[in-house]
Design a protein around this ligand. Structure first.
Ligand code: DC
Length: 239
């Protein structure tokens, strides 16, 4: 047995980061998790994995019950030994596949299916029990999945700036796309995400809103880190 404080279990900390597509929240959440030694959960990736299942098994993106059944059969999980964690469908690593255009094209209707959301919310809460020091990022994490999280952030940004960021990302990947198409796609996703019946994208009550228009990713991470250290981790001298 060890004596003293060296082996005390660290207290649970759940921090949520929500917001629309293109605010940079995935990279911000990932960097923040690294700096604070917290685990990082990308819930958008989980919805994307269900879209991969729809494509693989030729299930209609709007067939919620068939998709929910398929997810439960296939074991959607993360390999936490990798940083960031790899997204697995059974033994298959789909971390790259989920970023393909055909997946992006159908993920919003997939994510609008109540049966799919029920299964994924259950999985997200299970992951949080297994990884209680967690930054969970998505659209509904602070509003619906972890409404009692001690710190909930909402990142926002003007739609044209989000489209420009997406254009830069796509051209860095060697993909050529039309700016008006990217803008229309983001507007369409915003619309589907914020008008669906279950857990629509919304700014959670009491969330800290950060507008990222005039800030670099690193500036946003700095802001969030300062807030987390001031509000939570100052009493938890470990991070
Ligand atoms: O953040 P992203 O682009 O990887 O998200 C993919 C899709 O999943 C997008 O349509 C929004 C949806 N989503 C959701 O409905 N709820 C979440 N918690 C995370 C993502």
């Amino acid at each position: 047995m060890h004596a003293g404080n060296c082996c005390q279990t660290l207290p649970p900390v759940i921090i949520t980061i929500d917001g629309p597509a293109g605010t940079g929240k995935s990279s911000v959440a990932q960097l923040l998790a690294q700096r604070l030694s917290l685990d990082y959960l990308d819930t958008g990736a989980m919805y994307r994995a269900v879209a991969v299942i729809a494509l693989d098994q030729e299930i209609e993106p709007t067939n919620g019950s068939a998709l929910a059944e398929a997810v439960q059969k296939i074991d959607l999980n993360f390999d936490w030994t990798r940083k960031p964690p790899a997204l697995m469908l059974g033994e298959r690593d789909v971390s790259r596949r989920i970023r393909d255009m055909d997946v992006s094209a159908i993920v919003s209707p997939v994510a609008a299916q109540s049966e799919v959301r029920k299964v994924l919310v259950m999985l997200q809460r299970r992951i949080a029990r297994q990884h209680p020091r967690l930054i969970s990022e998505g659209r509904d994490q602070g509003s619906a999945v972890f409404p009692d999280a001690p710190l909930r952030f909402y990142l926002d940004s003007d739609v044209t700036i989000r489209a420009q960021r997406r254009m830069r990302q796509l051209s860095a990947q060697g993909k050529t796309v039309d700016e008006s198409e990217v803008l229309a796609d983001i507007k369409n996703r915003d619309h589907i995400d914020s008008t669906r019946a279950d857990d629509p994208l919304t700014c959670p009550d009491g969330a800290i809103v950060i507008n990222t228009d005039d800030h670099s990713k690193l500036e946003v991470v700095d802001m969030l880190e300062a807030i987390v250290r001031e509000k939570i981790l100052n009493v938890d001298q470990t991070a």
